[in-house]
Ligand binder design. Structure first.
Ligand code: ADP
Ligand code: MG
Length: 884
């Protein structure tokens, strides 16, 4: 049973008697957002790791909670700050959640005022969930009635955001109604001092969805207004109010036994929860650039100004004790929040800040403002009509039990278990990864030594020196930056290409030699076998013919002889016998002659056949020679071609190299130029920050040395020996001091703005350089600015120095912002009414007036002189320019 759980203090307050509790203040630091990141902003707020503290420069503030950034996670904000208020509602305690901070600091985000269906971030949606959960759990014993209203205060007009007749904003920003306009929303104070809104729509709510739709509807109306009105939302306060009414039967302790005692009566309680998204707290833009830039007298937003005063009045213990007037009635906002601040409400302020250095001044103001609000003492009282003492007792008991239960704290062990499991998982993953790493390492090792003499197409590649060197250098420079290793791999490429070319040429040369040699051989062979084939043939033919002729002659001779022999045989005389013998002999020799000739002829035929064969061989040889010749020509052409290609490649390489060299020179030049620029910029920055530091220091001194105030002196003077002289002198000194403060504030503000510009320029360049790094692979993406040739190293150097300068600038800005904020606070305290308080007599006033008059006159004269001087200087410059 949650019914009796108490709100926050350990002992529940007696009914109707106010308890005292301070306004709780939580700081919500949002992360740096798009625009700030784009401007290269630094975080200028730091956090204490143990206490909820925020530091900025020399300032340190303690709050109840610090969320976001390095504080607690923002998700805890609801649970720690707002959930107790929702609980309190059920006990009749009014509550207020105020989101304060400059525009863009995350108020709407934190509150969830810009609600869209489906989103559950922001406090209001979480409030709705918690509220309805609790109602669900209690509805069987308690009757609930819920109402919501949603209003906006814009330029001191209360606008109803839930009005079904939408208001129409006029061009000048004043809201006007169209159609059947209802009377405007009025703030009323009931006789018992309760503040109510008359005329604002109060929607009765039954479900969470209905409430969400009201929030959404109101947000839309507000948002539409803001687009129409050039972001008027940052000038308007939005208040979403949930009213919870409960009627509960009061029963005796017998309730536990399910028998309700009707006689105990009913308890009625009603409580309101205001969820306020305040207007942006940033100071309105300072007026024109001429004249002393004094803090703007007119506060554009009266509500915030009044709220500041109310907080000051309530937060200052001395003032509170003195019973000083709290100016609630100065604005509609403060009237509406009268109960929330110093009254019957439990209040939480969420101070939203941006951590960016460019917002340092506003952030500091917010922190101061919020810190002051912490001192406000509220007196919340349970708005109940009747409360059973029995219930009270039970509530105490339950609370006691709950405290005991939470003291045991069983939740952390669960968390520990989950974490332990996570650790175990991570450890196993780690082990696996290490194993893999080891495996790959061992795989890489042999690769390092592997022979590059790989065989490709049967050609044995000799280990090339260049190539090897390339690999070696790659190996040793294993951990080099990407850029450098890129260069190395390019080198390797080039060397291996040259080597390949040489190898190819060499191979082709060898081939050519081979061919030439073969050609030579063939040709000599040809010479041997093919010399004068034709003449030989003719010679053979002639010889054959001769032989034939000779054979024939011999045959004829033989035939003649034969005939004679026959004739002689017939005569058969001695003489004839002798002649016959002679003839026979002759015949015989002729026969041998013939057979000789025949043989010769046969030989001749054989030789001729042989000859034919060798002729064929010669022909083949000839063809081969032709072929080899063609091959040779082809190879030569190929070699030439290859050489030409290589030459071209080499030339392009050389050109590229020259280009690179040129670019290298350019880069070097740019680098030197940049170095000089950086030096110059650093000097200027140094000078500017130095000036700013001096001015800031002086301002600080002035602000701190207000101790011997004229009032003190005049009191002493009045109390003791009041000499007119001393008094006058002191007054003059005081006015001088005031004027100097004014001038110094102006100077610091001026330098602050200059520094902002410097910072912005630095950040812009830094950003574009960082972008270039991302596009470094495609050089054409580089900005066409003056530093197009920045080499990666130069760029990194420049980035480093820019970062350094940004840090310096950021620190200077924060320091200046700090003093400006102090000065502003002082100015605020020295409000027109109090500034002249200590000028107590007419004589004093006249003296002072005379003095002020004199110094004003003097200043004017000096200004005139300076004007003249400037004019003259300008003329001189013009003359010089003409001469040039
Ligand atoms: P405000 O209401 O104070 O003017 P907003 O709530 O509109 O500021 O926030 C300004 C911008 O900052 C919005 O774009 C918002 O999304 C973003 N923002 C605010 N708080 C956070 C946060 N905690 N985390 C991320 N972005 C945030
Ligand atoms: Mg907002």
């Amino acid at each position: 049973m949650e019914l009796h759980s108490s709100f926050s203090s350990s002992s529940s307050p007696p009914a109707m008697s106010p308890e005292s509790c301070c306004v709780k203040v939580a700081v919500n630091v949002r992360p740096l957002i798009g625009d700030e990141l784009a401007q290269g902003c630094r975080e200028c707020v730091s956090f204490s790791p143990v206490t909820p503290q925020v530091q900025m420069g020399t300032h340190s503030f303690t709050f109840d909670h610090v969320y976001g950034s390095k504080g607690s996670p923002s998700s805890l904000m609801f649970e720690e700050c707002v959930a107790p208020l929702v609980d309190g509602l059920f006990h009749g305690y009014n509550a207020t959640v105020l989101a304060y901070g400059q525009t863009g600091s995350g108020k709407t985000y934190a509150m969830g005022t810009a609600f869209k269906d489906g989103t559950n971030s922001g406090l209001i949606p979480q409030v709705m969930s918690a509220l309805f959960n609790k109602i669900d759990s209690l509805k069987h014993q308690t009757g609930f009635q819920l109402h919501v209203s949603f209003i906006e205060i814009l330029k001191e007009e209360v606008l109803d955001l839930l009005d079904s007749v939408p208001f129409n904003r006029l061009a000048n920003g004043t809201p006007g109604k169209v159609g059947l306009s209802k009377s405007p929303v009025q703030i009323r104070e009931s006789p018992n001092g309760e503040i109510t809104l008359s005329g604002a729509t109060e929607v009765s709510i039954a479900t969470k969805e209905e409430m969400a739709s009201c929030l959404e509807k109101g947000s839309l109306t507000r948002a539409t207004g803001s687009t129409n009105m050039n972001n008027q939302s940052s000038r308007s306060h939005a208040i979403f109010t949930i009213t919870l009414e409960q009627t509960r039967k009061i029963c005796s302790s017998s309730e536990v036994k399910d028998s309700v005692d009707e006689d105990m009566g009913e308890e009625y309680c009603c409580a309101k929860l205001h969820l306020v998204d305040l207007a942006g707290s940033e100071r309105a833009k300072r007026t024109g650039s001429s004249g002393v830039r004094m803090k703007e007298g007119i506060h554009i937003n009266r509500g915030l100004f009044a709220l500041g005063n109310v907080i000051s009045a309530l937060g200052d213990e001395k003032k509170r004790k003195e019973g000083a007037h709290v100016p609630y009635r100065d604005s509609k906002l403060t009237r509406l929040l009268q109960d929330s601040l110093g009254g019957n409400s439990k209040t939480v302020m969420i101070a939203c800040i941006s951590p960016a250095d460019i917002n340092a001044e506003e952030t500091l103001n917010t922190l101061k403002y919020a810190n002051r609000a912490r001192n406000i003492q509220n007196k919340p009282v349970a708005n109940k009509d009747l409360i059973g003492s029995e219930v009270q007792k039970m509530r105490q008991q339950l609370q006691y039990l709950q405290a005991a239960l939470s003291a045991r704290g069983e939740t952390p062990s669960e968390e520990v278990l989950v974490l332990r499991e996570k650790i175990m998982k991570l450890e196993t993953a780690n082990e696996e990864l290490s194993r893999e790493l080891h495996f790959y390492r061992s795989k890489i090792a042999p690769l390092d030594y592997c022979d590059i003499t790989a065989h490709e197409d049967g050609v044995s590649f000799p280990k090339d020196d260049g190539l090897k060197r390339g690999f070696e250098s790659m190996d040793s420079d294993y951990e080099m930056s990407e850029a450098t290793s890129g260069v190395i791999s390019e080198d390797i490429d080039r060397e291996s290409k040259e080597w390949e070319h040489a190898l190819r040429q060499n191979n082709m040369g060898n081939e050519l030699d081979e061919l030439s040699k073969r050609l030579e051989e063939k040709e000599s062979e040809m010479k041997v076998c093919g010399v004068g084939t034709e003449t030989i043939r003719q010679h053979f033919e002639k010889k054959m013919m001769e032989l034939e002729k000779e054979k024939r002659t011999v045959q004829v001779e033989r035939d003649l002889l034969l005939a004679e022999v026959e004739k002689l045989a017939a005569s058969s005389d001695r003489q004839a016998q002798v002649a016959r013998d002679n003839h026979a002999q002759k015949l015989k020799s002729l026969e041998t002659q013939i057979s000789d000739l025949k043989m010769k002829q046969e030989n001749q035929v054989e030789a001729s056949k042989q000859k034919q064969k060798s002729e064929d061989a010669a022909k083949r040889l000839q063809a081969e020679i032709q072929c080899i010749k063609a091959q040779k020509v082809q190879l030569q052409q190929k070699m030439k071609q290859e050489a030409e290609q290589f030459r071209q490649w080499k030339a392009s390489q050389e050109k590229e190299f020259l280009q690179l060299k040129k670019e290298g020179r350019k880069t070097e030049h740019e680098r030197l130029k940049l170095e000089a620029l950086t030096r110059r910029q650093k000097m200027v920055l140094h000078r500017k920050t130095e000036e700013a530091t001096m001015a800031t220091k002086r301002l600080k001194e002035l602000l701190e040395s207000r101790k011997p105030s004229p009032r003190d002196t005049s009191v002493t003077a009045n109390g003791q020996v009041p000499t007119r002289q001393v008094n006058e002198k002191t007054l003059r000194k005081w006015v001088d001091n005031e004027l100097e403060v004014m001038a110094k504030v102006h100077q610091v503000r001026f330098q602050y703005e200059k520094q902002m510009q410097v910072r912005a320029a630095l950040a812009e360049e830094l950003n574009s350089l960082k972008r270039e790094i991302n596009f470094a692979s495609s050089p054409h993406q580089e900005k066409n600015g003056q530093f197009r040739f920045l080499s990666p190293n130069t760029r990194l150097e420049r980035i480093a120095s820019l970062e350094g300068m940004l840090d310096v600038s950021s620190n200077a800005l924060t320091a200046m912002a700090s003093q400006l904020s102090e000065a502003e606070e002082r100015e605020h305290n020295l409000h027109a009414k109090t500034r002249w308080n200590h000028v107590q007599s007419m004589t004093n006033a006249k003296c002072l007036l005379q003095y002020v008059f004199n110094s004003a006159a003097e200043a004017r004269c000096k200004m005139w002189e300076k004007d003249v001087d400037i004019k003259e200087k300008k003329e001189q410059i013009n003359d010089l320019l003409i001469e040039m």
